[in-house]
Design a protein around this ligand. Structure first.
Ligand code: GLY
Length: 344
């Protein structure tokens, strides 16, 4: 499904419709299976995961399939089509975690199309959790993954050429402001404002968590990380407890935005622990966001972090520092993009 088509589906689900369903979700004792993903481009990701969830497949298979779907797309922030680091290299981060706390991750891996599947192999075939850089690539090749050519996608080439004009070390927080959003608005015309007040498209890391028909939770994250980062920089996405955490008793959470701030508070582990204490997914995400903002209020004005959580009942919720974070939900009742609440 192309971007135009999924944005249209999201647009047809009006915010009012989404709000009603969100409320229903909170009252329903158990909603399963269900998958929730960061951003509006989570819609086709969820659709892919749903094919597995709706046929009694596992949450683990579903989240891997969802992540693989977006890794195949040309996207600013995920996969080999993503924006490069300051040296012009695309380096990818990914992780996956299941209901038994099995987990695997790769960081700063180059020229591999499906880092999420390499992460799953790390989980299933090694005693380790995280492989990085050349070692991760070597492991991937040894396990049958193809080494892809080292070329930038056309949008990435353009964005990098633009960045090189100033070569400022100023990581782009809300990458949609670089023009991708305006381009999307042009393409989607009247549909875009249905869920973006200012017409921009806000997207970043893809994180998704799912609850399957037998009640098990799993999650996956995949990203090319912060655009124009220092070569070797790794964000929260492949760090278990930062970009993703799953506890089959309490719930699962994922994050998006400035990874450094998420790592500093072990963000998704914190969200899951708040759910264990009895907080709803939305309140748990809010409390984690508050933790970031409290640490450095001034800095928080300049960055974005969003958390997205799902509990054992299939209740979900999100919270972000700034306006603009949206997330996608797919269950038997819903197939919508919701706006996240925000603190600032
Ligand atoms: N949240 C993605 C990153 O900071 O790399």
């Amino acid at each position: 499904m192309n971007r135009r088509k999924f944005l249209r589906i999201g647009a047809l689900a009006s915010p009012v419709f989404a709000a009603k369903n969100s409320l229903a979700n909170n009252f329903n004792p158990i909603t399963k299976p269900i998958v929730v993903s960061t951003w509006a481009n989570g819609m086709p990701v969820n659709a892919e995961a749903w094919k597995i969830l709706s046929t009694n497949g596992t949450a683990l298979d579903a989240v891997e399939a969802g992540a693989m779907h977006i890794e195949n797309e040309i996207d600013c922030c995920v996969g080999l089509g993503g924006y490069p680091d300051r040296d012009g290299k695309v380096t990818l981060d990914s992780c996956i975690m299941d209901h038994k706390a099995n987990c695997g991750a790769v960081a700063c891996i180059e020229r591999i199309k499906h880092p999420v599947s390499v992460a799953r192999k790390v989980m299933e075939k090694t005693p380790h959790v995280l492989l990085v850089g050349a070692g991760a690539q070597q492991f991937a090749v040894e396990n049958g993954f193809t080494l892809e050519p080292e070329v930038l996608s056309e949008p990435a080439k353009k964005a990098y050429a633009e960045w090189l004009k100033k070569s400022e070390y100023k990581p782009v927080i809300n990458i949609e402001n670089m023009g991708a959003g305006k381009e999307q608005k042009k393409q989607n015309g009247p549909f875009a404002p249905a869920f973006f007040d200012d017409g921009t498209v806000n997207h970043d890391t893809m994180g998704l968590v799912a609850l399957d028909s037998v009640g098990n939770l799993s999650g996956a994250v995949t990203t090319s990380g912060m655009a124009f980062k220092l070569h070797g920089r790794v964000g929260d996405s492949p760090i278990i407890g930062a970009g993703l955490f799953v506890d089959n008793e309490a719930g699962a959470a994922t994050s998006t935005g400035t990874g450094e701030e998420v790592i500093r508070i072990c963000g998704t582990h914190l969200v899951v622990e708040f759910m264990r204490q009895g907080y709803s997914p939305e309140m748990a995400c809010k409390k984690a966001v508050e933790r970031i903002v409290k640490r450095d209020k001034a800095k928080a004005q300049t960055l974005q972090v969003g958390f997205l959580a799902l509990n054992k009942k299939g209740q979900y919720g999100a919270y972000a520092i700034q306006k603009g974070f949206v997330f996608s939900v797919k269950s038997e009742r819903e197939n919508v993009v919701h706006q996240s609440k925000f603190l600032i």
